[in-house]
Ligand binder design. Structure first.
Ligand SMILES: [Mn+2]
Length: 314
């Protein structure tokens, strides 16, 4: 399939030249023309510790210039399978969460209505809430593969709910998820209290720690691939799931996380699922070192798209 919705040829325009779009894709805002539309959600007003994820979309776009389209595992050429474009950023308002989340939801609703898959670059994890609100309206309740150091099912903070640590509880309370088909991976302590994971477990989530990944990655890959296939899924990757030594550019780092190769392998395993939307969140370039976090985040999002392409091919 030949399509205009693939990266500019690096033999015509060097990878370091031009205005940064995700994967050097065309900037194109109409989701009706593509299979996957990448959008930025530059909002970090739900952050409880170090701010800066509002700069995530810019950082990830710049770092994505070196990412290529053919993925040997799962043996798929992303751009021959999916027409992709960079749809630009949602116009978030830094000091107005309600307006920002409403605008993200409206944009994702447009993308879903056009039959395209939204791939969202955050922004803090609050931004996943309006994405899943829109997708659940379009597709019904979603299963979820959620990579994170934190369960993000925690209580309000300073009277504010939602924030970036509440959103997966909010989604359950709003009926947006199929809790039995939710896998949280990478969750680790220390926690604030002994009961921090009580909500997730009572809701019916399967919660796997980073240590579960380190001890038995193959078992975790099987858990992902073994999720019930009947139903739409969402993949959400908080970059703080990865160890801070490999992904320091984030707001709430926790030691003991994934190696980058483990993260990529787990994202690849989502090719078994029908994924209707995905995101990479919490990249905060001002805390990064030589852009390593943005580079990994760009590759994680590209790997999510390749997994979607691989799923559609079979
Ligand atoms: Mn998170």
């Amino acid at each position: 399939m030949t399509s205009a919705f693939k990266p500019v040829s690096p033999r015509e325009v060097p990878r370091f030249a031009g205005i940064s779009t995700f994967l050097r894709l065309p900037f194109h805002q109409d989701p009706a023309d593509v299979d996957a539309l990448i959008i930025g959600a530059p909002f970090d007003g739900g952050t409880t510790y170090r701010p800066g994820a509002r700069f995530g979309p810019r950082g990830v776009r710049t770092a994505s210039a070196l990412t290529r389209g053919f993925h040997p595992d799962p043996d798929v050429d992303l751009f021959e399978t999916l027409r992709c474009a960079d749809g630009g950023d949602v116009a978030c308002v830094p000091m107005d969460m309600a307006v920002s989340l409403a605008r993200i939801e409206a944009r994702v609703a447009e993308i879903a209505a056009a039959g395209a898959v939204p791939a969202v670059i955050g922004g803090d994890h609050t931004c996943s809430l309006p994405v899943i609100r829109a997708l659940a309206k379009a597709h019904g309740p979603l299963g979820l593969v959620h990579f994170d150091a934190h369960s993000d099912t925690y209580p309000a903070a300073w009277g504010i709910d939602p924030h970036h640590g509440t959103v997966f509880r909010n989604m359950v309370e709003e009926g947006l998820l199929r809790p039995a088909d939710v896998l949280q991976i990478g969750i680790r302590g220390p926690f604030s209290t002994r009961d921090d994971l009580a909500f997730a477990k009572q809701a019916g989530f399967t919660v796997l720690s980073a240590e579960d990944v380190h001890r038995d990655l193959d078992g975790v890959l099987e858990r992902i691939a073994g999720l019930p296939a009947n139903g739409p899924y969402y993949v959400s990757f908080d970059v703080d799931a990865v160890d801070p030594s490999m992904a320091p550019g984030t707001g709430t780092p926790v030691p003991g996380g994934f190696f980058s190769w483990q993260a990529l392998a787990m994202v690849r395993a989502t090719k078994a699922l029908r994924v209707v939307g995905c995101d990479v969140m919490e990249v905060s370039p001002d805390f990064d070192v030589n852009g390593v976090t943005s580079l990994l985040a760009a590759n994680l999002l590209a790997e999510m798209l390749a997994a979607i392409a691989a799923h559609r091919r079979v």
